[in-house]
Each structure stands twice: as C-alpha cells, then as structure tokens.
Design a protein around this ligand. Structure first.
Ligand SMILES: [Zn+2]
Ligand SMILES: [Zn+2]
Length: 72
C-alpha cells in the first residue's frame, strides 16, 4: 500500500492529545511526496513528528524542517 505513513500520521494526530510528539514507524523508505506532506503537517499542526523508516530517523519540527535536511 502506498503512502501508508500519511494515513498512520493522520490517525496518530486524532488519537493523541494536541502538542504531543508523534512517532510513526515505517518499514519502507519514506517517499519524497510523503516527506513533503509530513513537513507540511508538522508545520500546520505545530506537532513534532518522528518517522522511522528502514534507513534512518526523520525528525520533522514545527518549523516544517526535517532533521535529514531533505537528503536520505
Ligand atoms: Zn508516500
Ligand atoms: Zn527527512
């Protein structure tokens, strides 16, 4: 299934209290499309989002920037 991380994040957002950091684990590499979407979600919602994919951690901050610097 494509883009499952976005669904997981959407579900995580509604099932956790506002302001708490969100953690999502993905066993495949996050795609560029979702990477952009998650940056936007973090910025719009003001939540920190951490995505663990099969290569590394992505720490999306409230400023809409990812810790990987868009290289992964
Ligand atoms: Zn995707
Ligand atoms: Zn990243």
């Amino acid at each position: 299934m494509h883009h499952s991380e976005r669904l997981a994040i959407a579900f995580g957002l509604v099932s956790t209290p506002p302001g708490t950091p969100l953690r999502v684990i993905k066993n495949l590499r996050i795609c560029g499309d979702c990477h952009n979407a998650v940056k936007l979600i973090a910025k719009v919602t003001g939540r920190e989002i951490v995505v663990r994919d099969n290569k590394r951690f992505h720490h999306f901050g409230k400023d809409g920037v990812c810790s990987c610097g868009d290289y992964w």
